[in-house]
Design a protein around this ligand. Structure first.
Ligand SMILES: [Zn+2]
Ligand SMILES: [Zn+2]
Length: 348
């Protein structure tokens, strides 16, 4: 089969590999129908994910059809159309039992697919702990509607959940990239009084304005003044930081009102400064970390109920054989790209 492979820092290549086989009774083999490219794939390519194993097939956001299951699998069967969770987790350790699946203590736990074990920018993928990590896609939900459920949409859902948003709140979301937009969709489900998105890219601003006219938009230079102006001079009740650039951590806590919740969803390249003397008396609550992707069934239900629709994010589609070009477009942010999906059944 063809598999897009991390060769070395700076180089991915589409190469021929053996089709994966079951290694464990809790595995499943999935024939990948659609896979997407995530910013984390670019981090791997650029060598900023040190645990990545050279030779690994990349890709961790995908849907497919179950081809084969181990003897210990009860929740899916061959022929089922499924979405794959970015996080593989045992479901049994202390952290899994408490819903903190990102911290699963199993050696294959957490983000392993497409990083430490072969991922899904390929024709087939082996998924460990398939009972936990595969969710059946309802018949009324298409592959394109479901493709982001296991990664960026799970992240947005988790971010909105931990932020304790109420209907009185003014919510600031910093960053309108793919994960920022998924966060926006999930924040909208909480019906806060007002949502403000801060973004610098004109294309992304236009996208938000065109699709979600009720959302207020500001730019980094004006963010603090804009938030004060639209919050009775208090500051945002909840801030979700999804940008992860140099100044956005500072912006997040500066735009928050006293006693606000500040959720840090972004992944930074560098350490950030937490200047406690400057924020003394502001009594902020910070929540930080990576997604606990354990709400995929609920997210699929919300998609089936037409309460979340991420399909506008898909701006480009390529067959697996043209994945190099797909990366070129995504990596260089060409042609108004937001998300690219790869049809892994189509090989020209
Ligand atoms: Zn990702
Ligand atoms: Zn676990």
């Amino acid at each position: 089969m063809l598999a897009y492979t991390y060769i070395k820092k700076g180089e991915f290549r589409l190469i021929e590999k053996e089709k994966p086989e079951l290694k464990n009774e809790k595995d499943a083999i999935v024939r990948v129908t659609l896979s997407s490219i995530c910013t984390s794939d670019l981090h791997i390519k650029h060598g900023s994910v040190p645990r990545t194993v050279p030779g690994i097939t990349v890709g961790h956001e995908m849907v497919g059809i179950v081809e084969q299951v181990g003897t210990g699998i009860v929740s899916v069967k061959p022929g089922d159309r499924v979405v794959v969770n970015v996080e593989t987790f045992c479901g049994e350790c202390y952290f899994c039992r408490h819903g903190y699946v990102n911290n699963c203590t199993d050696p294959n736990g957490g983000w392993a697919l497409g990083c430490r074990i072969d991922g899904g920018q390929a024709e087939y993928v082996r998924v460990p702990y398939a009972d936990q990590c595969l969710n059946r896609i309802p018949d009324t939900v298409t592959n394109e509607q479901a493709i982001f459920v296991g990664d960026i949409l799970a992240t947005g859902f988790w971010a909105a959940r931990i932020s304790e948003i109420t209907e009185e709140d003014t919510v600031l979301i910093i960053g309108a990239g793919p994960t920022g937009l998924c966060t926006l969709f999930c924040v909208m489900l909480k019906h806060p009084h007002r949502i403000i998105v801060c973004e610098k890219s004109e294309e992304r601003i236009r996208f938000v304005r065109d699709h979600y006219p009720d959302v207020l938009i500001t730019t980094p230079e004006n963010c603090k003044a804009f938030v004060l102006q639209h919050s009775g001079n208090r500051g945002a009740d909840v801030v979700l930081e999804v940008a992860g650039s140099d100044d956005t951590f500072r912006m997040a806590w500066e735009c928050a009102r006293p006693n606000a919740i500040v959720s840090i969803v972004a992944l930074y390249d560098k350490p950030q400064v937490l200047p406690l003397p400057d924020m003394y008396g502001k009594n902020l609550t910070f929540k930080t970390g990576g997604v606990d992707g354990c709400n995929c069934a609920e997210i699929l239900r919300l998609i089936a109920e037409k309460k979340i629709d991420t399909t506008p994010l898909i701006t480009h589609r390529y067959p697996l054989s043209e994945i190099d070009e797909a990366y070129r477009i995504f990596e260089n942010r060409k042609d108004g790209v937001i998300k690219v999906v790869i049809d892994c059944n189509k090989i020209i």
